[in-house]
Ligand binder design. Structure first.
Ligand code: PLP
Length: 368
């Protein structure tokens, strides 16, 4: 029996990738902002209906580092302890001081009231994650950032294609980073992209990701190598071609989970173990990037994992552990909600190629 992991990369038909490779071979142009990267950037911009340019990078983490650098953030950054380790590691890597603000218990995104309470004269930026594609309270956060003169950066690693109140979620804040890692619903194997509202910041991001080059022999300033290669961009174009079908298949899987775990009929069976599902922010559209469930207690999570593993199904405790527990030097604050959720959350497998039989086995194991 084949094992099932929490996320399985989508692979487009190989012939489509080979077609792109032929062009790359003919041009013998492998990297350095070649035509495939340029086409991917234009298509990502059009897909999200953005006016601002899209800057592809080699991975989302480099995108976050560059966004922090381009916005001149060097001091204290307020962020969420309930995110992937990169959200905290990037500002620390940049030499910033990190302070956590707790999350909202229903949406799992950073709580604007906790953010405002954490602001000090040293604070320079807020870095907030659209958790599992669920948008943060962007109106409140953008307003707090503006009121206190802070940079507002969104870790939109999970938020490919998310729309909020009729427009792309990437329109909020000063800058956003989307990951195109292989485990994401749209990917380029490794990769990511950054957008920034202010054209001067956007221009900086554009040159910072390619050593700071201004032509061949001149430089705008210090940069780094965060270029996406033509081969990665080709995978991005192939996956983008199939993205609506990937969305639809993931929507159907999520609908199956919803019906069997959370519909009226299911409630009597599972309400002793599962809390309510995560609250989608009002005005947001789901992108089906993850299927998290929150249990009543940690023992129930561990039992469920054991049951699933017997069936060769590997869910993931995600995000776990909470980021104040990973040994980084973080300023003290209160993050009880994040700690409680991290202990009780599990992301069930979700991918475009899951068959009904496996979905059934997963739900049976959760209900055991
Ligand atoms: C919330 C979050 N932020 C940042 C990243 C880093 O993105 P990348 O893997 O593209 O560097 C990830 C990756 O999974 C993530 O989940």
């Amino acid at each position: 029996m084949k094992s099932v992991n929490v996320t399985e990369p989508f692979l487009p038909p190989i012939e489509e990738y080979i077609e792109h490779l032929k062009g790359i071979w003919e041009r013998n142009w492998l990297t350095n902002q070649g035509p495939v990267v340029q086409e991917l950037e234009q298509k990502l911009q059009a897909y999200h209906q953005l006016q601002m340019p899209v800057h592809c990078v080699a991975n989302g983490s480099l995108g976050l580092l560059i966004a922090l650098k381009a916005l001149g953030v060097k001091g204290e950054v307020i962020t969420t302890p309930f995110s992937y380790v990169a959200t905290t590691a990037c500002p620390l890597w940049e030499g910033c001081t990190v302070k956590f603000a707790d999350i909202e218990p229903d949406t799992l995104t950073i709580d604007p009231r906790a953010v405002e309470a954490a602001i000090t004269p040293q604070t320079e930026a807020i870095l907030a994650t659209h958790v599992f594609g669920n948008p943060c309270d962007v109106e409140a956060l953008d307003a707090i950032a503006a009121k206190h003169g802070l940079a507002m950066i969104y870790d939109a690693a999970h938020a490919f294609g998310v729309r909020y109140k009729g427009k792309s979620i990437l329109e909020y804040g000063d800058a956003s980073m989307v990951s195109l890692h292989a485990t994401k619903l749209m990917h380029s194997v490794e990769g990511g992209f950054v957008v920034a509202k202010d054209s001067a910041v956007s221009d900086k991001i554009e040159w910072m990701r390619r050593f700071g080059h201004k032509g061949t022999d001149d430089f705008h300033g210090v940069g780094v190598n965060a270029k996406l290669s033509e081969l990665h961009a080709a995978m991005g174009l192939c996956c983008l071609n199939h993205v609506s079908e990937v969305f639809e298949r993931r929507r159907l899987c999520s609908q199956y989970y919803d019906q069997r775990l959370f519909s009226e009929g299911a409630k009597t069976k599972v309400n002793t173990k599962l809390g309510p599902g995560i609250q989608l922010r009002h005005g947001a559209e789901k992108n089906y990037s993850y299927y998290p469930v929150i249990f009543d207690n940690e023992e129930a999570v561990i039992r469920c994992i054991e049951n699933l593993q017997k069936e060769l199904i590997f869910p993931r405790r995600y995000f776990y552990p909470v980021l104040n527990k990973v040994g980084f030097k973080i300023l003290e604050s209160d993050f009880g909600v994040s700690e409680s959720i991290a202990r009780r959350i599990l992301c069930l497998p979700l991918s475009a190629q899951m068959c009904e039989r496996r979905l059934e086995a997963i739900v049976d194991a959760v209900l055991q």
